[in-house]
Design a protein around this ligand. Structure first.
Ligand code: RIB
Length: 289
């Protein structure tokens, strides 16, 4: 079972001829909206990968449509509470190459409720997982609670902030970050990421694939990325993380879990959108076949 304390955003996508520069006004060639937020995307990816996921989060009174989409995707949404703040949203600008720029309004994501977190995690058992990203409040409180119950705590360090990683380090069993974030973290802490006191580090490397490091056994499992033509890369990292954590939590080897995650991420970038672009396990299996 995976508990995910995570953001829920309304994503507004604008297709543009190029990403705007300072002071530039640009007319979009297309617009669409959908469910997003790193947390919600990862919960949807976990559910589509076939694992059980309970999302802990918050929306405002304008956010029920997002909760409905998560429920429809198979996510347990009973611990998403109604905040007095507006639902978070993201403005996602996408250029012709599928690259993006994102602006986030955090809204209700920064109004997590301690009682809701405690009530949700009261159902957590030794060996279950808590997944976190850096778009909500109460990350450390939730990590402390989960670790105290013998749960595994995974942290997807995005949007990256070295201080946020530092505060969570004592509770983590799995740290997920990309190569740039790993360099920033080791500069900030004055220590190689693989020498941090975390049992496993999952490093994503874009077109070069991803590495799973078991820092205790000093073993690394690497998987390549699948080359595809990208339409929209937004949410590909969330797809990868959700599939990887789903696989590991259900007992797959890092090799199998990461290969599935790489395939899921590859499929997602060929589609416009975030949560909606995440493939089902059947689609991933067909792609791998
Ligand atoms: O990682 C992609 C996500 O980042 C988007 O869905 C957007 O909402 C932001 O949180």
């Amino acid at each position: 079972m995976i508990f995910n304390l995570g953001s829920i955003n309304a994503d507004y996508f604008y297709s543009l001829p190029h990403l705007p520069g300072p002071g530039e006004t640009l007319a979009a060639t297309g617009m669409k909206s959908g469910l997003g937020g790193k947390g919600a995307n990862q919960s949807v990816a976990i559910a589509r990968a076939g694992a059980e996921v309970c999302h802990i989060g918050a929306v405002g009174n304008d956010g029920q449509w997002l909760v409905d989409r998560m429920t429809a995707a198979g996510v347990d949404t009973r611990h998403i509470h109604l905040s007095r703040h507006p639902t978070a949203h993201a403005i996602v600008m996408i250029d012709g190459q599928g690259e993006n720029q994102i602006v986030i309004f955090p809204g209700a994501n920064h109004d997590q409720n301690r009682d809701v977190v405690e009530k949700a995690l009261a159902n957590g058992q030794r060996g279950d997982w808590l997944l976190l990203q850096n778009e909500t409040s109460l990350q450390v409180e939730a990590a402390m609670l989960a670790a105290g119950k013998g749960m595994n705590v995974a942290y997807s360090a995005a949007p990256f902030h070295a201080d946020a990683v530092s505060s969570l380090l004592p509770f983590l069993s799995l740290l997920i970050l990309n190569e740039i974030e790993a360099r920033q973290l080791s500069q900030a802490l004055g220590r190689e990421v693989l020498h941090l006191p975390v049992a496993n580090v999952l490093m994503t490397k874009g077109a070069k694939g991803a590495d799973w490091h078991d820092t205790r056994l000093m073993q690394t499992t690497s998987v390549p990325a699948f080359p595809v033509t990208a339409v929209d890369t937004t949410g590909a990292g969330d797809t990868f993380t959700g599939y990887a954590v789903a696989g590991i939590s259900t007992g797959l080897s890092p090799q199998t879990a990461l290969r599935r995650a790489a395939a899921a991420a590859a499929i997602s970038v060929t589609r416009l959108g975030t949560a909606e672009a995440i493939p089902t396990l059947a689609e991933v299996q067909a792609f791998l076949d």
